[in-house]
Design a protein around this ligand. Structure first.
Ligand code: MN
Length: 201
């Protein structure tokens, strides 16, 4: 079955003032839809057309050669944005607790050190991409990816990601990517991140 853009789990304006309504509308309705349309077009008629996007992204090298690039970019765009919408929530933010917090403190020293590392990876990602908290099989790590590449294609499990493409912040923050990331912490849905952590740890 072809992929589709999942509805936002909250209103377009629900993440104001941190993430503005105009950005959410064009980001979700236009950018994500374009990734879905192009991923569907690339996979149509292949044996992967009915596969979960996670499976496709884990097996990019097994796709027909002429499909690998379009699916890496657009299938990755679909997966990344689906994860991104669920990673945010109105009235969220704060700090994680429980086993996830213990793992963050253990891996990075403190929650503050973790935040600095994720922000640094996002700020220093040249051009377009993502900064991620992943589980790499042995523990937590921060990585960044270019374009719409996703850690699952590298055998890692993404737990949280921040979109640092200009389309994610330019309307409100213009060139100030660091300010956007600072604001984004206020909408991080830690219970969802903890759920993902619980599934892999
Ligand atoms: Mn985006």
């Amino acid at each position: 079955m072809a992929y589709s853009v999942p509805p936002l789990p909250y209103d377009y304006s629900a993440l104001e003032p941190h993430i503005d309504e105009a950005t959410m509308r064009v980001h979700h309705d236009k950018h994500h839809q374009a990734y879905v349309d192009k991923a569907n077009a690339a996979l149509e008629g292949t044996e992967w057309a009915d596969s979960a996007i996670e499976e496709v992204l884990k097996n990019l090298q097994h796709l027909p050669a002429d499909k690998q690039g379009p699916v890496r970019n657009n299938g990755g765009g679909h997966y990344n944005h689906t994860l991104f919408w669920e990673s945010m929530a109105p009235g969220a933010g704060g700090e994680p607790d429980g086993a996830l917090r213990t793992a963050i403190d253990s891996a990075f020293g403190s929650f503050g050190d973790f935040k600095a590392k994720l922000k640094d990876a996002g700020v220093n990602r040249f051009g377009s991409g993502w900064s991620w908290l992943v589980h790499d099989g042995s523990g937590l790590a921060v990585v960044s990816s270019a374009n719409q590449d996703n850690p699952i294609s590298a055998g890692q499990t993404p737990l949280l990601g921040v979109d640092v493409w200009e389309h994610a912040y330019y309307l409100k923050y213009q060139n100030r990517r660091p300010d956007y990331i600072d604001a984004w912490w206020n909408v991080v849905n830690w219970p969802k991140v903890a759920e993902r952590f619980g599934a892999v740890s």
